[in-house]
Design a protein around this ligand. Structure first.
Ligand SMILES: Cc1ncc(COP(=O)(O)O)c(C=O)c1O
Length: 388
């Protein structure tokens, strides 16, 4: 293609989420199970009052100003790392602000991988990993999240540096979460490799997980010198502020000097790519965490309760009508098993004809429990089963 660089991928880019979401929006009486954002029971996007009130307290000048550094405002970085790490990590770490979890992931990929290097991510996964891998010419190896032996086999197949992306808990789209014992085995495997390995923890939805989802962070205190842990965190989900484009990348390693160099690379990459991060967003998040933490925790808990009610209803009704679902623990989504992707395409189309909008994923159909009110969710499992 004229003008663009020779290595550019010129195939048409079709975003399979945004295209179906826009169809669903034109059909307000239909069931819109596409959006990966929290919606309340009236069908409107759920936002946090503490976030909105804090944002309103900022002046236009504060919001319009540039951030104080390409790596992010210090108050934001301190507040967000304390929030994300939750006092679980005593090893060394450094953080940089990024535009959402996506910015954190793309930064991790770009800083650690050359074209032709291999990236390991789940066989059924958030579609953007593939977009990022294709865009930069990485080889991809996929693993089954339900089978640790498969993951370990794939790790052994990688020549050179291991670069592993794990999206747990609240896996998108499966809702899968590794237990603490499984995390121990994953860390044992990586620590025992005796070659360079990077573990990227995509924790985009972790704040909506049940139990003690951050317990496994303590395992990062005993990592080998050959392992770098990168945590990609997203404020989009945590603070229900998707369009603000806020997140962070936290690097954890035994060697402080290495982290200093890594943070320097990250700052330069950020400066060259997005220059700096949304200042008003960073100010808001740090103020919420420092001044309104109790309100935030309460509102988050309410959102978690709502999600749980939806998940419990959907899973119960799916069991009653034998709708095959992938095993799920928590998160925004549930996925209907359809092993054959051609069949999946037909079912997806039939559902749209019946005003039910869902997202196609590898070997399945994703239902966004986060965006469907209980009254519309009631009976959805049966409708889906009828279309299978
Ligand atoms: C698994 C996963 N990781 C990361 C992200 C990044 O989200 P954002 O860039 O909006 O923070 C998403 C968003 O949908 C996601 O589903």
């Amino acid at each position: 293609m004229k003008f663009v660089k020779k290595s550019e991928n010129t195939s048409p880019y079709i975003d399979n989420i945004f295209s179906v979401t826009s169809l669903a929006k034109k059909d307000p009486d239909g069931i819109n199970a596409t959006a990966g954002c929290l919606y309340d029971e009236t069908g409107k996007m759920l936002t946090y009052d503490c976030f909105e009130e804090t944002e309103k307290e900022l002046t236009m000048r504060q919001k319009a100003a540039y951030a104080s550094s390409p790596a992010g405002n210090k108050e934001y970085l301190d507040a967000i790392t304390d929030f994300v790490l939750d006092k679980r990590v005593s090893n060394h770490y450094r953080a940089v602000a990024t535009p959402g979890g996506t910015g954190a992931l793309s930064m991790a990929f770009k800083l650690c991988l050359d074209a032709g290097d291999t990236i390991l991510y789940p066989e059924i996964a958030w579609g953007n990993y593939k977009v990022m891998a294709d865009e930069s010419g990485y080889k991809v190896l996929n693993y089954d999240v339900y089978d640790l032996e498969d993951l370990f086999r794939k790790i052994d197949m990688v020549e050179g540096k291991v670069f592993l992306v794990v999206n747990s808990p609240c896996h998108n789209p499966l809702g899968h979460a590794y237990t603490y014992e499984q995390w121990q085995k994953i860390l044992d495997k990586l620590n025992g490799l005796h070659k360079e390995a990077v573990l990227v923890c995509d924790i985009a939805y972790i704040d909506y997980a049940n139990g003690d989802p951050k317990k496994y962070f303590s395992l990062f205190n005993g990592i080998s010198d050959d392992l770098l842990v990168l945590i990609a965190a997203s404020c989009s989900k945590a603070f229900s502020c998707y369009g603000y484009r806020l997140g962070c990348l936290i690097a954890i390693h035994n060697d402080e000097e290495f982290l200093e160099c890594f943070a320097n690379l990250a700052s330069r990459y950020g400066r060259a790519t997005w220059s700096n991060i949304n200042n008003g967003g960073m100010l808001t998040v740090s103020k919420v965490l420092l001044e309104k933490r109790k309100d935030y925790d309460r509102e988050l808990q309410e959102a978690k309760t709502l999600l749980k009610e939806r998940r419990d209803l959907f899973v119960k009704q799916a069991q009653e009508c034998d709708l095959p679902l992938y095993d799920l623990s928590d998160g925004f989504f549930a996925t209907v098993k359809v092993s054959d992707n051609t069949e999946r395409d037909q079912i997806h189309q039939r559902l749209m004809e019946d005003h039910i909008y869902t997202i196609k994923v590898n070997k399945g159909i994703r239902i966004a429990l986060c965006s469907v009110p209980l009254k519309k969710l009631d009976g959805l499992a049966k409708k889906l089963k009828e279309k299978l």
